[in-house]
Design a protein around this ligand. Structure first.
Ligand SMILES: Nc1ncnc2c1ncn2[C@@H]1O[C@H](COP(=O)(O)OP(=O)(O)OP(=O)(O)O)[C@@H](O)[C@H]1O
Length: 612
């Protein structure tokens, strides 16, 4: 079942919101983990604060009664005065504690909030690192990730709200006890005064969440359009194709729709809110009139009047606040559900619990047995019935038209995906029996769409084996092997030169220069299998020739797979595999395949003709 069907649309009920409360304990646990000490102090302060309002009001009542007594009984003695001033001093102290603790609580909320935002962002990144590549290629997953990401900063408010809720609930208990002793029916009046506004708030909160949920995909598009419209990577094409107006129109359309939808809810919410607030006020003044008349008739003291009217007013505020906040908290808890749901996505490409020791060195090599693979949501086989052996020490070249399945095949070798059918063996055992990290450490792969990290030159090479990021010697030797060292010598900052345009003093490079850097990554570790997926497409003919001579030299005796559309490169391989629509149609040495006069010969001659 899709995520959207589970939570979205009209199916969202009050029950679901109450259910969402179950997300709060794990949330609190996460908050606790970010900083137990601050959280504990925060809770303690809030407990103190919960008793303060009623205490303040009660001392106020005592003061008024004392003043009234003194006014009514002139000729009083000093003791009464002393008592009065003591009460005033107590109220002052309470007021001071109240102010101080309020500031401290809000400071702590802010600090814990910041820590939580960092902590959950890190958790999200850590979890993303464990997930399958396939999961990243799924739009539903992206929606989930996006919502989870938004939880990191938005949820800090939830923490204050939640703790504030507990604090206010305790205050309510104090006030209610006070009121119930003096006049229980006021409590009933209170419920009538606040219930309608609670129901209205709850209704509109639900509407808002549904709206927000429905907008997730559009929001992603909005972000994407914003990125296309203003970023260093896209600026070039946006200019030459004059895309700005097109992008701005798209942005306007989506953002206007968001605005209109939100406006509608906001206006309705505000109108109903005003109406129900009026009912609440009417309830309060009814209670007020009753209390006043009881005071006039001598049933209550002046102090009682202020205490009860104050209690009623504050209780109304508190209950309304708690009920409204229940909606906010449960809504927040619902959004939190997105975060936890994201954490619940489990990768399928994982290491076995007791992995087989990885062979060093590999003795036999890799063997594909009836390997077929289909991308998720795709009807078509990307590769089908692959049967071949890649023996140790062989240099295998993969050729074939765009979309023939070359990249897919090498992705299967590194377990970025597992075969849909069949299996890949390494020294006679399924790849899935080995530890994933060890496998990937032993296989060096450079993709055609490698990343251009906006980091310095050395770091751009070090990413090939990040454990060695401080090992300048190794980085320099890797650069020398891919010929990137010559480039470093020309850059003003050498190996510390910032690359890319995003950060200060960054220098952008040509496509071929970037490729040399990416190639150096392959030499950062002693891989037993080296895969280069069109690594030289941007190199000029001379550079490519040099790079390959070196590659052949450096990988002597090593197993390697090379994907290239240039036959001058391909012919250097020990064997060449020709793929067509995911199937192997030819496999053999250059001379052998030429003699066969099949597809390879046809493609080779086609390219050779271009050079004549
Ligand atoms: N992530 C993906 N999701 C769905 N389909 C994909 C994905 N990647 C590739 N495909 C499809 O799988 C098939 C094989 O693609 P693959 O990238 O392996 O081809 P290739 O031979 O490397 O092509 P090229 O020479 O253009 O790099 C193609 O039909 C392609 O459209």
């Amino acid at each position: 079942m899709r995520y959207r069907d589970q939570v979205g649309g009209e199916t969202l009920s009050f029950k679901q919101r109450v259910d969402a409360i179950r997300n709060l304990p794990p949330f609190l646990k996460m908050v606790w983990k970010t900083n137990p000490k601050l959280t504990l102090i925060n809770i303690f302060l809030r407990l103190i604060r919960s008793a303060l309002p009623v205490a303040l009001l009660y001392v106020g009542k005592l003061i008024i009664d004392e003043v009234a007594f003194l006014v009514m009984h002139p000729g009083h003695d000093m003791q009464n005065y002393n008592h009065l001033w003591q009460l005033v001093a107590i109220e002052f102290a309470l007021a001071f504690i109240s102010d101080g603790s309020a500031r401290l609580v809000s400071l702590l909320d802010g600090l814990i909030g910041d820590l939580f935002a960092n902590y959950s962002s890190i958790k999200i990144m850590e979890h993303a690192a464990t997930l399958d590549l396939e999961q990243f290629e799924d739009a539903n997953f992206y929606d989930k990730l996006e919502r989870a990401r938004q939880q990191t900063s938005g949820r800090t408010v939830l923490l204050s709200q939640m703790l504030g809720q507990v604090q206010d609930l305790i205050s309510i208990v104090f006030f209610t006890t006070g009121l119930a002793v003096l006049s229980p029916w006021l409590i009933a009046l209170l419920v009538v005064a606040v219930l309608p506004s609670f129901l209205s708030e709850s209704y509109f909160n639900r509407k808002k969440y549904e709206l927000y949920f429905g907008q997730t995909s559009d929001r992603r598009e909005l972000d994407y359009v914003r990125y296309l419209g203003a970023s260093d990577v896209t600026a070039k094409e946006v200019k030459v194709f004059y895309l700005a107006d097109f992008l701005i129109d798209r942005f306007k359309t989506i953002s206007n729709k968001f605005y209109e939808d939100s406006k509608q809810i906001a206006v309705r919410r505000s109108s109903w809110g005003t109406f129900f607030a009026l009912i609440g006020s009417a309830g309060y003044y009814t209670a007020y009139v009753i209390i006043i008349s009881q005071t006039i008739h001598g049933k209550l003291s002046l102090g009682d009047l202020t205490f009860m009217a104050g209690s009623f007013r504050q209780l109304r505020g508190l209950v309304e606040g708690v009920l409204t906040r229940f909606n906010v908290v449960s809504q927040g808890a619902m959004y939190l559900g997105d975060l936890f749901e994201y954490f619940n996505i489990k990768p399928t490409i994982i290491s076995p619990t007791t992995p087989r020791p990885f062979p060093v060195p590999i003795r036999e090599g890799f063997r594909f047995e009836n390997v077929s693979f289909k991308y998720v949501h795709s009807e078509k086989w990307a590769v089908k019935d692959l049967n071949f052996t890649l023996p140790v020490g062989e240099k295998l070249a993969l050729v074939g038209e765009n979309g023939a399945g070359k990249t897919t095949l090498v992705k299967l070798l590194t377990r970025l995906y597992d075969p849909t059918e069949g299996r890949i063996l390494l020294d006679g055992h399924d790849l899935r029996e080995y530890d994933l990290q060890t496998l990937r450490h032993n296989v060096g792969i450079i993709f055609q769409d490698f990343l251009r990290y906006q980091m310095n030159f050395a770091q751009n090479i070090a990413v090939g084996n990040i454990r060695e990021k401080e090992n300048r010697e190794l980085i320099k030797s890797a650069a020398t092997q891919s010929l990137a060292n010559l480039l470093a010598e020309r850059l003003p900052g050498g190996y510390d030169q910032m690359l890319g345009k995003r950060f200060h003093n960054g220098i952008d490079l040509s496509g071929g220069e970037w490729q040399k850097i990416a190639l150096a990554r392959a030499y950062m570790k002693e891989s037993q299998l080296l895969i280069l997926d069109e690594p030289t497409s941007a190199l000029d003919a001379k550079a490519e020739y040099e790079v390959f001579l070196r590659f052949a030299d450096l990988t002597k005796g090593k197993t390697s797979v090379l994907i290239s559309h240039r036959f001058s490169t391909v012919r250097m391989a020990d064997r060449i595999m020709v793929l067509d629509k995911g199937k192997i149609i030819e496999l053999g040495h250059h001379a052998e395949l030429l003699a066969r006069n099949g597809r390879y010969a046809e493609l080779f001659n086609l390219q050779a003709m271009g050079y004549r």
